[in-house]
Design a protein around this ligand. Sequence first.
Ligand code: ZN
Length: 477
Amino acid sequence: MAVMAAVWLAVPQGPAPGAAPVAAGRTAAGAAVAGPGAPEAPVAAAPSNAETVALGEPTAPGSALYTVALRSDDTGHSWSGTEKISFTNPGKVPISEFWIRLWGNGPTGCGDTPPERISALAGGRIAETTQNCTAYRLVLDAPLAPGARGEVGFTLAIDAPVRQDRFGVNGVDTYLGNALAVLAVKDENGWALPPYVNFGESYYSLAADYDVTLDHPARLQVPSSGTVAGEVSVAGDRLLTHVTAAKVRDFSWSAGAFQHDSVVTASGVTVDAYWPNSESDSRCRELMRYAADALDSYGKRFGAYPYPRFTIVFDEFGSAFDGMEYPNYVLSSAHEGAVAHEVAHQWWFGLVGDDQYRHPWLDEAFAEYSAEEFQGGATPAHGCDWIASDERMDASMEVFEKAGDPLYHDAVYHEGTCMLYDLEHTIGRDAMNRVLRGLVDRYGYGVVRPEDVRAMAAEVSGKDLAGFWARWRNTGE
Ligand SMILES: [Zn+2]
């Protein structure tokens, strides 16, 4: 997410001479899934999260394929249809139950009719819900043996609330961020079932394949994660848009009578841009090209963007946020700072995943540092003074929810960016580039943890950086 409006000139930067990738090693809780047309992973297929769960305990389902068919009403505000999740048991003991997240219920809670509802389960049943109807425990009809593949299916109904938000109706346009039911993650901390948070993210999911068919009025565009595999006109001026997305950790889309343009980057990625009539055509086209430049610049520094399409929707969300990241797809205010930040999230969150509730700095600090350097900032855009004596960069969203948005913003975005500039200064530009590229090589499609970042920096630089991390209040203690 981006919540700031710093405007900097764009000076694309490539990798320093001699930058070399770090050898591939352990990948954390990432279940890489190779599907038809899947982009090549920079390292061998990541092991599942099974290895991080105590031996003898059931794991979460792995190698998921989500198959979704939804039909909208005439406005695009409401959708209903089916979702199927097929998966393997990557562990050593049978799986009899697991959790899924339905994040659209986060802002409003359960109520009489929550915005998102699942019913008519096949292959299992709902045993429990928690966290304001954002978490559902599903019990399988029959336990799934180790190595076997299983499936659950259900009907899914979505009514986006009128709310200027990533999940909501903004004006007449509908934003369906994190609206599909997604498997929860079980890692060394157990099941990750954090509550929804308003001013940041609680999302944590593993790479999977998505096959999504959206039946919508032909006058509405449906920008989304993934790549359009086909469009078929059907009766009543409707369009069936079939989208596939391989090796992504979520799938989001929007629906509106958007303007649309596209450009192919120098490295061959199609950038699709959409915007409502309230936005300036010329400005959005300019920012589309800016996003394309950012995509290629980050690709040179961190490792190529491995998907065929990147989609960006320019719109204003008032005080809610300046931008919001999803795999292959972002929402952004129409200014360079937000665009540069959200594009950087394609690496820091999209490829290199993290538990965004437990360690929000992991994706936000890296995205903002990347963006500020892409924008030409030789030094951090904000001051590097802690605003509170007990502030810590490595705090969780639980702590920041109690502390409030200003502290979250300062610790994670400002101090986090300052810390990464300082790390670059401490170990040198060349080593910094190798740390960044090494994280993408080693944890791409997987999950990175704070100790992995610290270990990578020590490994690449050959320095004892314990004092550095302590100074930045980022020791995980
Ligand atoms: Zn962000």
